[in-house]
Design a binder for this molecule. Structure first.
Ligand SMILES: C[S@@+](CC[C@H](N)C(=O)[O-])C[C@H]1O[C@@H](n2cnc3c(N)ncnc32)[C@H](O)[C@@H]1O
Length: 309
C-alpha cells in the first residue's frame, strides 16, 4: 500500500488500517521514551521516502482539502486551459482536472521530483511541466485561468510571479492564489512554535518570527498585489479546512515535514530541550485528554481577479 493511498483515505479508513496493523508505513514510537523519539521522530525525516511522499504526509493531504474550496472560490470556466503554478504533488491540478474534465490542466513546478507518473496517470487531461513561476515557459495568452496554491508568498519576487501569470493568461481570464494564514490560522504549527518560543529562549522566538514573517498575510495586501498587477473584479476570502490527525505521532509527522525551518530548528536542539519542546507540544496537542484523534483548523487567504480585456 502506498503512502499516497494512506493519506488519501478518509480518517476512519486510515484508523482502521492502523488498528488492524494493515498499514505498516508510519513509524510507531512510544512518545514517553526519549530513545525511541530519537530513533523515530528526531533523527529520521518524516516517511524517509521520496520528496513527493514526504510532502503528501506533511502537507499534500491538507492542500488537497484546500483545493476544493479554493476551486469553488476561483470559479474558473469549465473548459479551456488552466495552469497550476507551483503544483507540487498536484492537489489543485488533480482537483481541477476532475472538476473540469473538458479542460486542459497544466501543472508546473520547479522541482521535477514532485511531478510523478502516478499524478500524470490520475487524469487524462493533466499535463505536467518543470519550470519557474518567475519565468513561465509559456507563450503570452496561453491560458484561460492561472492559479497558484501555497506558493506566492514564499517566492523571492511574488510581484513577478503574478505578472507572469497575467502574461500567460488571455484577456478576461482569471488569476487566483491562496496562501496559508500562518500566524493566525495554522493551529498545527502554532502548538509547536509557541512551545519552542517559551522553552528555547531567543532561538525559539526567532524561529516563530521567521516562520510568520512572510509577505501577503492579509487579505488587503493580497488585494493590493492583484490590483498593482492591473487585475480587475478583485475578490478576497478566507478559506478554512480541518486537519484530522490520527494521534500525536501522525501530527508530528505532518509538523516535521511541513516547514524546513521547523525541522532544522528541532534537529539543532540539544536532547533535553528537544524533549521538553516535544513534550510541551504533545501536551498542547492532547489538550488534557488521552492520545488519539484531533481535528485542528487551518485557514488560508485567497484572492482572485480578472485580466483586463
Ligand atoms: C507548499 S508547496 C505547494 C504545492 C501545491 N500547490 C499544493 O497546494 O500542495 C510549494 C510548491 O512550489 C514549488 N516552487 C517553489 N518555488 C517555485 C518556483 N520558483 N517556480 C515554480 N514552483 C516553485 C515547490 O517546489 C513546491 O512544490
Amino acid at each position: 500500500m502506498s503512502n499516497a493511498y494512506f493519506v488519501e483515505c478518509h480518517l476512519d479508513e486510515r484508523l482502521k488500517l492502523v488498528e488492524t496493523g494493515t498499514y505498516q508505513g508510519m513509524p510507531t514510537c512510544d512518545i514517553n521514551d526519549l530513545g525511541s523519539i530519537k530513533t523515530n521522530l528526531w533523527e529520521t525525516p518524516p516517511m524517509n521516502n521520496t520528496i513527493a511522499d514526504t510532502y503528501e504526509i506533511a502537507m499534500g493531504r491538507w492542500s488537497r482539502r484546500l483545493s476544493r474550496s479554493f476551486l469553488d472560490f476561483v470559479a474558473a470556466p469549465s473548459c479551456g486551459a488552466l495552469v497550476d503554478v507551483g503544483c507540487g504533488t498536484g492537489s489543485l491540478t488533480l482537483a481541477a482536472a476532475n472538476r473540469y474534465p473538458d479542460a486542459r490542466v497544466v501543472g508546473i513546478d520547479l522541482i521535477p521530483d514532485y511531478l510523478t507518473d502516478a499524478l500524470r496517470e490520475e487524469a487524462s487531461n493533466i499535463e505536467l511541466k518543470t519550470g519557474d513561476a518567475l519565468s513561465l515557459p509559456f507563450e503570452n495568452n496561453s491560458f484561460d485561468t492561472a492559479f497558484s496554491q501555497l506558493l506566492i508568498n514564499d517566492l523571492e519576487d511574488p510581484e513577478k510571479a503574478v505578472a507572469e501569470m497575467v502574461r500567460v493568461t488571455k484577456p478576461n481570464g482569471k488569476i487566483a492564489a491562496s496562501v496559508w494564514d500562518r500566524a493566525g490560522g495554522l493551529t498545527f504549527i502554532r502548538l509547536f512554535l509557541d512551545a519552542a518560543a517559551i522553552l528555547a529562549g531567543v532561538e525559539g522566538e526567532k524561529l516563530r518570527e521567521e516562520v510568520f514573517d512572510v509577505p501577503y498575510q492579509d487579505e488587503d495586501d493580497l488585494y493590493d498585489l492583484w490590483s498593482d498587477a492591473g487585475l480587475g473584479d478583485i475578490e478576497t476570502a478566507t478559506l478554512a479546512v480541518r486537519m484530522d490527525f490520527i494521534d500525536f505521532d501522525d501530527y508530528w509527522q505532518s509538523l516535521m515535514g511541513a516547514h524546513s525551518l521547523i525541522r532544522n530548528f528541532f534537529n539543532r536542539q540539544y536532547a533535553d530541550t528537544a524533549y521538553e519542546i516535544q513534550q510541551a507540544t504533545r501536551l498542547a496537542y492532547l489538550g488534557g485528554k488521552t492520545d488519539g484523534r484531533r481535528s485542528l483548523v487551518a485557514s488560508a487567504m485567497a484572492v482572485r481577479g480578472v485580466v483586463p480585456a
